[in-house]
Design a protein around this ligand. Structure first.
Ligand SMILES: CC(C)(COP(=O)(O)OP(=O)(O)OC[C@H]1O[C@@H](n2cnc3c(N)ncnc32)[C@H](O)[C@@H]1OP(=O)(O)O)[C@@H](O)C(=O)NCCC(=O)NCCS
Length: 149
């Protein structure tokens, strides 16, 4: 199996990211009233790294890494539904860490959906409130976690 953590480069890459997010993260069950914005400013911000996880040429996952201070915030992690629980999410996390380390980041943070906390705990993340404002607003149902690199 050959994984590639690909930074979005082409319109097809962007569409691949949107497609996976809509399948996994921005579903009607998770966000009943949300109208997904394909040009959200947090995505188009050039400082934010947008990725596809590509396996043997096929996009199977996505995430975004937003640099902050000495580290970065990992956002919008998703693996396509029919390939979850086969180690691909762990591979994505490992590759994002490699990418972050190569840029001198020393810590990562994220807002974990409650049902994903067990996944991150297995990978060595621990709970830590790192941004009260996010926790009080759009991340209200999440557990904030961190991992030193
Ligand atoms: C959460 C997610 C990214 C994990 O990716 P994955 O490819 O399914 O995970 P892996 O197969 O690499 O799992 C690694 C380990 O975590 C465990 N695990 C995976 N998902 C888990 C979960 N939701 N709760 C508890 N443990 C979990 C696996 O059993 C595995 O344990 P093992 O090594 O003992 O077998 C993926 O399931 C997903 O996209 N879920 C829906 C969207 C989501 O919740 N995203 C996170 C938002 S913060």
């Amino acid at each position: 199996m050959a994984y590639e953590l690909r930074e979005l480069a082409t319109p097809e890459d962007w569409e691949g990211m949107h497609r996976i997010r809509l399948q996994v993260l921005f579903t009607p069950e998770r966000h009943p009233n949300l109208v997904y914005n394909r040009a959200h400013p947090h995505d188009t911000d050039p400082a934010h790294f947008k990725f596809l996880l590509v396996l043997d040429g096929e996009p199977i996952g996505t995430t975004r890494l937003d640099p902050r201070g000495e580290g970065g915030i990992v956002r919008l992690v998703g693996i396509v539904p029919h390939l979850q629980r086969r180690g691909h999410g762990s591979a994505l996390e490992r590759l994002v860490i490699e990418f972050a380390r190569a840029r001198g980041m020393t810590r990562l943070w994220l807002n974990a959906a409650k049902e994903a906390v067990g996944f991150y705990e297995k990978l060595g993340w621990t709970p830590l409130v790192w941004d009260e404002e996010e926790l009080a607003t759009f991340a209200a149902n999440c557990v904030q976690m961190t991992k030193p690199l």
